[in-house]
Design a protein around this ligand. Structure first.
Ligand code: PXL
Length: 283
């Protein structure tokens, strides 16, 4: 069984980050280690929340793992607590995945979870995207949304755009140094939403589904976790990207029809059996 380690916060309530990554990746039949970067009462879209930064734990945990000879087939990072922590995560890559997939064979997957709808999340200042761009520079695959892509490339954020704009974002992201750039939440026409990707060799891919009228917090985390799980299982990137898109649509549909729907996160739990079924069907 492949083993991945995911570095992101644990928001105790709110269906995002580790409370999504761990169940989704485990359900996909991949061993999932965690390195919590912070503990929050909820994610930062709630009015009131607590946050305990765990930056001081990254190095001792890494030391202990190294002493125990623990190694990973993949590293997947999400929400990070501070610019300083971005530097620590880069050092973690140096220790456990030098050179990424092509060097050590350990694939680095980075979701630069820091912004959406044109705005940085509450906890970050304007200097943060440049720090996150350094994390992305080391990655094999990055998965920003349009807001995050624009913040890291310096291109303007647009809600109305054409293919050229998306291509410029992809090329700007590749210039950071990652091997493959994926942009999520891209529309190619009314009522359609999907993902596009481009790698350093010029291979492009896109996949669209219908656009759900509702949007829920944490769907980016469901998306990236599913891609990470799929890649660890040996799926082609294109298959992992499409499976994750279909899964997120199902989670959103399930949330919007639930009688006790919550505003703060998407109902992925009820869709896990479907996801597991797809793993044998799409092999
Ligand atoms: O879903 C991304 C995310 C993860 N973790 C925390 C967040 C957010 C988005 O707001 O606040 C703590």
């Amino acid at each position: 069984m492949k083993r991945i380690v995911t570095l992101q916060d644990i928001s105790c309530v709110g269906r995002c980050s580790l409370t999504v990554a761990l169940p989704v990746i485990s359900a996909m039949g991949v061993e999932c280690g965690i390195l919590p970067t912070a503990v929050l009462s909820t994610h930062t879209m709630f009015k009131t929340f607590t946050c305990k930064d765990l930056s001081d734990q990254i190095e001792p945990i890494s030391d202990a793992w190294e002493q125990e000879g623990i190694a990973f087939d993949g590293i997947y990072t999400g929400y990070l607590a501070s610019g300083e922590q971005c530097g620590q995560v880069c050092r973690f890559f140096d220790r456990f995945a030098p050179g990424g997939e092509q060097g050590s064979g350990c694939r680095i997957i980075v979701d630069p979870a820091m912004a959406d709808n044109g705005k940085l999340y509450a906890a970050f200042d304007e200097a943060f995207p440049a720090k996150m761009a350094e994390v992305c520079a080391r990655a094999d695959i990055i998965l920003p949304n349009i807001t995050e892509a624009s913040l890291m490339t310096g291109l303007p954020y647009k809600t109305e755009y054409d293919e050229t704009y998306i291509r410029q974002l992809l090329e700007g992201l590749l210039k950071l140094g990652c091997r493959t750039a994926v942009i999520t939440g891209v529309s190619d026409g009314p009522g359609r939403l999907g993902v596009v990707s481009l790698d350093q060799e010029g291979t492009a891919f896109s996949y669209y589904t219908r656009k759900c009228p509702q949007s829920y917090h944490g769907t980016g985390d469901i998306y990236s976790s599913t891609v990470a799980g799929g890649l660890m299982r040996g799926m082609e990137l294109s298959d992992a990207l499409s499976l994750a898109a279909d899964f997120v649509v199902r989670c959103i549909d399930a949330t919007s029809t639930a009688e006790d729907a919550r505003w703060y996160g998407a109902e992925f739990e009820s869709q896990i059996p479907w996801l597991c079924g797809q793993l044998t069907e799409r092999r």
